[in-house]
Design a protein around this ligand. Structure first.
Ligand code: ACO
Length: 448
């Protein structure tokens, strides 16, 4: 199979949201801390009628319907998620309800878990399957689904929720350049979920930022070396049209791209203009440890990178800023923003993606875009995604109601024998929702 990659994609996020500006005030944070400091505009969240299973049911049925895909033509289904509802039964098995109805139970794949990286692991599994000798000619389907919620404190405004489905096959408009891929994996405790009675992570925020940037540097340098082996020259920012990052909050994306600019300067000062070279010169002698601690480097490199950031990164920042960190879905929500903003000019462009999951696992990889053929064309994908309408149809909750919702969910987490309010007034038709968890912890969903 040639040009294996993403044929079609769809996203679902809950219609319930809280404005970051309102949350700042409610939390007693200084004005601008969440909006400018973290770079976030708005955050969506699940109410008691939605969870990672309902969201993934919604997005899979929506993708199959909108692109008119026969459920029998799916041969592999992989889910990435870090939101634990059951320690054994995979989310994939819940999704089988959609396929069993059509007589298709011959579908490989289960769930992948490691923080925000599970979606990328699932995606690679599907792409590798289509490229392998065990491929049976059918499509792969990848689902990234997460509800990111944090305990009260500085991490709470970096939550979010969404599910994304991606159809995988050959001759894709979004094709993998499989040779251009580099990973960095390591054992750290930056963000983890050891308390199985709580949905909330244990998080060392500052450490997680540094780990993210160190992983980014390592992947970028490995990728650069691989590029040199393949093409005879090191990889630099000028070799790609867009850079898309896992986006816990936008400020980290700004810092990440600035870090790539700094890496290019370290690699080969002639890659950058005279002013950039001059302004970053005082920092090139820092040890790598020092470079992660230097606030001046952070500031100057962000300023130097700004024009390139606006051109190569900004088009992918819309959805993560508007809905928040969606863990496994976050990188792909950023990529979808790029498809939404640039679909008519994306053909023949190269896009570099960086996936990060705490703990830690990370990969940088490359996608080559082409126009594709209906229904798997860039223009049809953008039409199906309908991002502007989806963002517009959200309903704003006051922060107090958001906090109240999280309290109820804390209480419900891991619980049994309850029925939900079944209040689906805000959900659009076709959305799945949770109705009941019975005395055997079995969960029941219906479709609006
Ligand atoms: N106006 C403008 N900016 C402000 C203001 C203000 N009034 N107040 C603070 N800021 C800035 C700070 O200067 C800082 O920006 P800088 O880093 O560019 O200097 C930023 O706002 C954040 O403020 P801090 O005090 O540094 O951080 P805080 O203690 O609020 O925590 C953090 C932020 C660590 C990101 C926290 O939200 C967190 O732990 N989030 C979850 C972890 C996470 O997402 N890690 C990322 C990778 S791992 C993953 O994806 C889960």
């Amino acid at each position: 199979a040639k040009n294996v990659g993403i044929l079609a994609v769809d996203i679902y996020f809950p219609p319930t949201c809280v404005q970051q500006e309102a949350l700042e005030e409610h939390d007693g944070a200084s004005k601008g801390k969440y909006t400018i400091g973290l770079g976030q505009d708005c955050m969506v969240f699940c109410t008691e009628v939605e969870d990672v299973i309902s969201m993934s049911l919604t997005v899979v049925s929506s993708l199959l319907e909108k692109y008119q895909i026969d459920p029998k033509s799916i041969g592999r289904l992989e889910v990435g998620s870090e939101t634990v509802i059951d320690k054994s039964k995979s989310i994939k098995t819940f999704l089988m309800q959609i396929f069993e109805k059509h007589g298709n139970t011959d579908i490989e794949g289960v769930d992948s878990t490691n923080a925000c990286y599970g979606g990328t692991a699932a995606l690679f599994n599907c792409v590798n399957w289509v490229e392998s000798s065990s491929w049976d000619g059918r499509y792969g389907l990848v689902v990234c689904t997460d509800s990111a919620v944090y305990a009260e404190g500085p991490a709470r405004p970096t939550g979010g929720a969404a599910a994304i489905a991606m159809l995988i096959g050959p001759d894709a408009p979004i094709a993998f350049e499989s040779k251009l891929r580099a990973s960095h994996m390591s054992h750290v405790y930056d963000f983890y979920k050891p308390n199985l009675a709580s949905e909330y992570p244990v998080v060392d925020g500052k450490l997680s930022q540094t780990c993210y940037l160190m992983a980014l540097d390592s992947c970028y340098n490995q990728l650069s070396k691989k590029h040199e082996n393949l093409e005879g020259k090191q990889f630099s920012i000028s070799n790609a049209d867009y850079f898309v990052f896992h986006s816990p909050y936008n400020k980290l994306v700004q810092k990440s791209f600035a870090r790539l600019v700094f890496n290019d300067i370290l690699k080969n000062p002639s890659l950058m203009g005279e002013t950039a070279k001059e302004r970053l010169a005082p920092f090139v002698t820092l040890s790598s440890e020092e470079s992660y601690q230097s606030r001046d480097l952070e500031k100057v490199s962000q300023q130097v990178a700004k024009p390139l950031y606006d051109e190569k990164v900004q088009p992918s920042t819309l959805i993560p800023k508007q809905i928040g960190n969606t863990y496994t879905a976050s990188l792909y929500a950023a990529f979808i923003s790029l498809l939404h903003n640039k679909n008519s000019t994306l053909a023949s462009k190269r896009v570099i993606l960086f996936s990060y999951g705490s703990g830690l696992t990370s990969t940088m990889f490359s996608l080559q875009i082409n126009e594709g053929q209906h229904p798997f064309s860039l223009s049809n994908i953008a039409k199906v995604l309908d991002i502007a309408a989806k963002l517009k149809s959200r309903h704003e909750f006051p922060p107090a109601k958001f906090v109240e919702t999280l309290k109820l969910m804390e209480h419900r987490y891991g619980g049994k024998e309850f029925v939900t309010s079944k209040d689906i007034s805000l959900l659009s038709p076709g959305t799945y929702y949770l109705t009941e968890v019975d005395s055997m912890y079995r969960r029941f969903y219906e479709q609006k």
